[in-house]
Design a protein around this ligand. Structure first.
Ligand SMILES: C[S@@+](CC[C@H](N)C(=O)[O-])C[C@H]1O[C@@H](n2cnc3c(N)ncnc32)[C@H](O)[C@@H]1O
Length: 315
């Protein structure tokens, strides 16, 4: 059933949606201790995007530490933090941000439950290293008594027809009818130009990625907070499943975009890629571009090249 909620501009304990215009530390200062069930975010990666001032790594980490400290204060005892990051590039060398942020979370007493690999297929083509096709979501909890609902996020088994072949259950299906654990490697298309959710924002979350976190780590009516809201994806995933959502964003144009997308979500008109939709396979779908113009296909063109270099070596 669709629900229309008032969109507040400040934190309201009895509200359901807040979009705060300004620095996330100002929104965090309004939130009482232990009020939030899930904090999910993709902070600026310090790679010089239009919305970030490139800092040296130490200053970046010091800034992140202030925000993370406040997040931990507002997190409920049964709550989770999911910090989604990629790589920082310095003088051509990559620094995986989750590894350098980890000590901040650890020193604040949080426990790392999973380092989820988010794998996707589209991005820059590198010529001096292998092209980057994953980022990480580090999932931390405050205590050992944390919310974790696996059933709503199970995925179809590869062999659902498999049966026990011996023992007291011989002949019965061995898999869970609700599906299997989605594991810690998630293949979810990233939001690039031909993705149904694409907006002018340079790096938005796919809604289905946040839905999996919301469904597994929160209960109905719990608060979901995204300190770096961007296009409002975390709030969309939260309200879609009966949770409450809030976030901060410094740019007016993204505040407006969030507001519009959240209103569309409440009206039931926001187009999103459904959770667990199989990944598009252009070859299976008969896309003519999958036919190689290089004779018998790329491997044979590559073998010809390799054969040529081998025969040069032996001559
Ligand atoms: C990586 S993007 C997040 C995109 C978001 N996950 C989505 O799905 O649209 C980071 C966002 O944080 C915003 N931002 C940067 N510094 C901020 C701050 N101090 N407080 C609040 N928002 C900030 C940027 O303008 C940008 O839109």
């Amino acid at each position: 059933m669709l629900k229309s909620h008032k969109i507040h501009e400040e934190f309201r304990a009895n509200g359901r949606v807040t979009i705060f215009k300004g620095d996330c530390l100002e929104l965090l200062a309004q939130i009482p201790d232990e009020a939030v069930q899930l904090i999910v975010t993709s902070p600026p990666y310090n790679i010089g995007k239009e919305y970030e001032r490139k800092l040296n790594l130490e200053d970046y980490l010091a800034q992140q530490e202030m925000v993370i400290q406040e997040c931990v204060r507002t997190l409920s005892d049964r709550g989770s933090i999911c910090w989604q990051v990629g790589n920082f590039v310095q003088n051509g060398s990559i620094i995986p941000l989750d590894t350098v942020l980890y000590p901040i979370f650890r020193d604040l007493g949080l426990k790392l439950r999973n380092r989820i690999i988010w794998r996707f297929e589209h991005g820059l083509h590198c010529s001096r290293r292998f092209s980057g096709r994953y980022e990480t979501i580090n999932w931390y909890t405050k205590t050992d008594d944390y919310v974790f609902n696996l059933d709503p996020v199970r995925v179809p088994q590869k062999y659902p027809g498999k049966k026990y072949f011996k023992g007291p259950k011989a002949g019965q299906y061995s898999g869970n009818p609700l599906g299997k654990n989605p594991s810690d490697v998630w293949q979810i298309p990233n939001v690039k130009n031909n993705h149904v959710e694409k907006t002018p924002h340079p790096c938005q979350f796919p809604v289905e990625l946040v839905e999996r976190l919301v469904l597994s780590m929160t209960d109905k009516d719990g608060w979901v907070l995204d300190p770096y809201l961007g296009t409002g994806t975390s709030i969309i995933a939260a309200i879609r499943h009966g949770r409450r959502g809030m976030g901060a964003e410094i740019f007016s144009k993204y505040i407006e975009l969030s507001r519009k997308r959240i209103q569309q979500e409440m009206a039931g008109t926001l187009r999103t890629r459904p959770m667990n939709k199989p990944i598009y396979d252009p070859a299976i779908n008969g896309n003519g571009l999958t036919t190689s113009p290089w004779g018998n296909g790329r491997p044979s063109a590559q073998m010809t090249m390799l054969d040529a270099s081998r025969s040069n070596e032996s001559s």
